[in-house]
Design a protein around this ligand. Sequence first.
Ligand SMILES: [Zn+2]
Length: 144
Amino acid sequence: MEMPGDKQGEVYALSLGIFSAKVKGGQGRNMHELGVVFRIIDDLTEVGKENKLEKIHSVTLQLGEVSGVVPSLLTDAWKWAANRTELMKDSELIIETLPAVTFCEDCKSEYETVTYGKICPNCGSEHTYLLKGNEFMIKEIAAT
Ligand SMILES: [Zn+2]
C-alpha cells in the first residue's frame, strides 16, 4: 500500500563530528556552559544551512566524565539559547556520558579516573595520564 504522506515530517539522523574541544580535566572549570552552547548553536546553524534543515528536534552530545562541563548547567543553557533560534526551538539536548580512563606508565594498566584519580590503584604510581574522558562532541542530530 502506497503511503504518499510518509515522507512528510520524516526525521533523520545526521552523524556529526563537527565540534570537538579538548578541555582540561581536574579541578576548576574553565569552560562556561553558555559559551559552549553558543558554539554548538553556531555550528548547527551552519549544518542547518548546508543541509537545508527546517527544524532540529534533538541534539546528542558526547561528554567525557572529566570534561569539566556540568550536564545540568549545559541543559539549562541549551533551553535558554536554543529557544531563541528558529531552527532549534524546543529541541531536546541528549547528553551521553563517556567514562574517563587513566593510563599508568609504570605498570601499563588502565583504570577508572573518577574512582581513583591520579594515583594508580594497581602499583601506586603517579606517572599516569588521562587516556580519554575529556571529550566534548556533537554525535548526531535528529532533524527535518
Ligand atoms: Zn600502575
